[in-house]
Design a protein around this ligand. Structure first.
Ligand code: NAP
Length: 290
């Protein structure tokens, strides 16, 4: 048991699992979420529910954010009733959302200017790993701050990799999701191809599942595409966001990534076709109907 106060901002698929793991580890947890019903569920599990990010962050030793994108992160940390302005000197801000390196770097500068210590800590793993405390944290920041926050990381994850200064982890996380997004997009096209040829799709997919393409991504998302199981692990628009951020990161170093842009288009099209509330496996649906 520990009475360290931790605030969690953002209780979506990932943040809710992370908050529950912090509660299970005995931390004094306060939560905030835009939609109140998700916060209320954490309240039932023992968290204090705050009305604003600032309210949640007041008096917290650590504030963890797990939010949709750069714009949301900016408003929750630095907007009206934002968390950063009220944090204690020496408290630790952990930004775990998947974001651009540019925004994370700017946020770090703002935090440090206010006397708040800052770590970026995007994650690999998905809904199930968040719920089980089995995330892998990709971390950018200074080692002493990471050590100070380690009890929280230990509660939420099973591994932590310190990749370098702030910005390093955003780069690696975007590359990670770039490769995942490309695999999911090509997999959807392959499944649509098999179906349109009238093949035994299970038999055809077994070749991919057993062969060189058989990454955990291909096996996991491929199975869900075949089963039409679209209960969300990772939502369609968030992968579109990550592929856009990855394309931008590549453009920033002079690489025009037609691959990232083409893969992103599959997710954008699926979102426009009404699949935005579903798992990324649902990107196969518009191709089935094409
Ligand atoms: P999610 O379930 O869609 O949750 C998104 C969170 O952002 C929710 O708390 C949502 O609040 C909040 N949000 C969205 N728009 C907002 C706005 N305008 N103002 C305030 N809050 C807003 O997504 P998730 O899967 O938990 O993902 C969270 C982050 O983790 C994303 O950056 C994602 O890329 C990253 N990530 C996800 C996975 C995964 O497999 N799911 C894995 C690794 C990293 P509401 O509840 O009110 O909508």
């Amino acid at each position: 048991m520990t009475n360290m106060k931790i605030a969690v901002l953002g209780l979506g698929i990932m943040g809710s699992g992370m908050a529950r793991q912090l509660l299970a580890a005995g931390f004094d947890v306060t939560v905030w979420n835009r939609s109140r019903e998700k916060a209320a569920a954490l309240g039932d599990a023992g968290a204090r529910v705050a009305g604003t990010p600032a309210d949640a962050a007041t008096g917290a030793a650590i504030v963890v954010a797990m939010l949709a994108n750069d714009d949301v992160s900016r408003s929750v940390w630095t907007g009206e009733d934002g968390a950063l302005a009220v944090m204690d000197q020496g408290a630790i801000a952990i930004e775990s959302s998947t974001l651009t390196g540019d925004w994370v770097f700017e946020l770090a500068r703002e935090a440090v200017a206010r006397g708040v210590r800052f770590i970026e800590a995007p994650v690999t793993g998905s809904r199930d790993q968040a719920a089980q405390g089995m995330l892998r944290f990709l971390v950018g920041g200074d080692a002493a701050t990471i050590d100070a926050a380690r009890p929280a990381f230990d509660a939420m994850g099973s591994a932590l990799v310190h990749l370098g200064p702030v910005g390093s982890a955003a780069t690696v996380k975007l590359a990670n999701n770039f490769l995942c997004g490309v695999q999911a997009a090509s997999l959807a096209e392959a499944i649509a191809l098999f179906e349109k040829h009238g093949l035994d799709v299970e038999q055809a997919m077994a070749i991919l599942f057993d062969g060189a393409p058989a990454s955990p991504m291909v096996k996991g998302v491929g199975r869900r595409m075949l089963d039409r199981d679209y209960a969300p692990h990772f939502l369609v628009p968030l992968m579109a966001k990550d592929l856009g951020y990855a394309a931008q990161a590549l453009a920033d170093v002079g690489i025009t990534s037609a691959i990232a842009q083409a893969a992103r288009q599959r997710f954008v099209e699926a979102d426009a076709a009404g699949e935005g509330h579903r798992d990324i496996a649902a990107i196969v649906e518009p191709l089935r109907g094409a």
